[in-house]
Design a protein around this ligand. Sequence first.
Ligand code: F6R
Ligand code: ZN
Length: 187
Amino acid sequence: MDSTIIQPLHLAWCSGALSGAPLLTKSTTLQDLPGVFADHTCWQSLAGSKPVYHVEMFATPDRPGELYTGVTHLMPGKVGEEFFMTRGHFHARREQGEVYIGLRGEGLLLLQDEQNSTRLERVYPGSVHTIPGFTAHRLINTGNEILSALAVWPCSAGHDYSALKNGFALRVVDDAGSVRVMEVNHD
Ligand code: F6R
Ligand code: ZN
């Protein structure tokens, strides 16, 4: 057995910065999110390349059984009264779940199953979220600072962004300084 002590990968708890191995980063701007926010006119007027979130992850080899580790950094901001949020997705392999851990900022994790039942969990530093299989998930930043959350998920899970044809059944807006949850009427 090799007795060498290996320097592990590192996560800075307060900022969510990852280090110790090659990283991949994906940035998503408002322009990349057409149809995601309810106020299309406002979205159009703001669009351009305004960053909404970055995902930084270790460049893990995509082999059966491996796990990805990544951190989402979601900016504070709104489109109209609607808080900035991630696009949200089901996993392509529907049965595969994921764990999120809140690192900084405050927000909500919106979960929606295939029968459109929804649940919101408060995200804050130290909050732990077990996302079951068959459940779409989206982060929403309801605070004034960056919301960062660690995620660990199977490399084989994949992402399915198109399955939520009607989008999520809840929207979260700023109602004169309070967080208000609205049900979406798809009729
Ligand atoms: C991975 C995962 C997160 C999200 C990230 C960005 O399965 O859930 O790493 O990918 O928060 O959100 P999306 O992918 O919905 O744009
Ligand atoms: Zn996911």
